[in-house]
Design a protein around this ligand. Sequence first.
Ligand code: SF4
Length: 310
Amino acid sequence: MVDWFARHARDLPWRAAGTSAWGILVSEVMSQQTPMVRVAPRWTEWMDRWPTPADLAAASPAEVLLAWDTLGYPRRALRLRETAVAIAEEHGNTVPVGEAALRALPGVGDYTAAAVTSFAHRAPATVLDVNIRRVLGRVFAGRSHPTPAPTRRERDWAAALVPGTGHVEWNAGLMELGALVCTSRNPDCAACPLRGDCDWYDAGRPIDPARRPSTQTWHGTDRQLRGAIMAALRADPDTEVPVALLVTETADLDPEALTALPDPVEAAVLRVRALGSAERVARLVAALVADGLAERTAGDAGEERLRLPR
Ligand code: SF4
């Protein structure tokens, strides 16, 4: 596994020698639910702009959401900023050491605490993301797919497998193997260094229908529509978008109010209108405000407007 990782590890910017623990923490938060190839350019921009927690803590939520751009699940951006504030104010601008101290930070869960402990502080830790869980389950337990979340028993079992020497390469290598070779749907067993030890391969790769992950759809979901509303707010951060334009059925839109908007905002509003009913948009606007991702303001005539949080 160590040899395989040395030969096949992707050249990701946070793997460069000298990357700070803060840089590792940012990469782990960004990489949850977003492919690393999409994360890499955004991570580089963030670290150039906000190289320490105190730098990010001084940024406004709007700046952070704009820089997060299209990585998805933008609440992660706000939580990362809260984490930065806590590290800057309570830990002297230094990422704390130890999983318990890391888990005490806002937005840092079991996975991120273990990953930072292993990859940044290079201390033994049981890193369990979905890729590692899939590989371990196939090799050592003959299971096709992991359950949605690890149980305490699975954590104890996985911890017993982490080697005393080479634990960082073990975690990083398993994670990379799961991302590149032992994928959920099309594992490339012919290219796998663990094939000779893999229970699931030996058993003929039986699929457990109860564990097969469901196909995630994107089109038509609330996530897609939330993303479109956020895109309208990001299109020109100086423009506050009239809520009436977002929640009025397309046929009833005021053309003058629409064309008064800058072109990118007008296009983004029309996309929102094309994706969902006025009722759905109104519900999701309320949810975005409740999540702290948007805020309502009043225009000159008292009309309700929406913008990124300041
Ligand atoms: S042999 Fe196939 S199933 Fe087993 S770990 Fe390798 S890629 Fe995954």
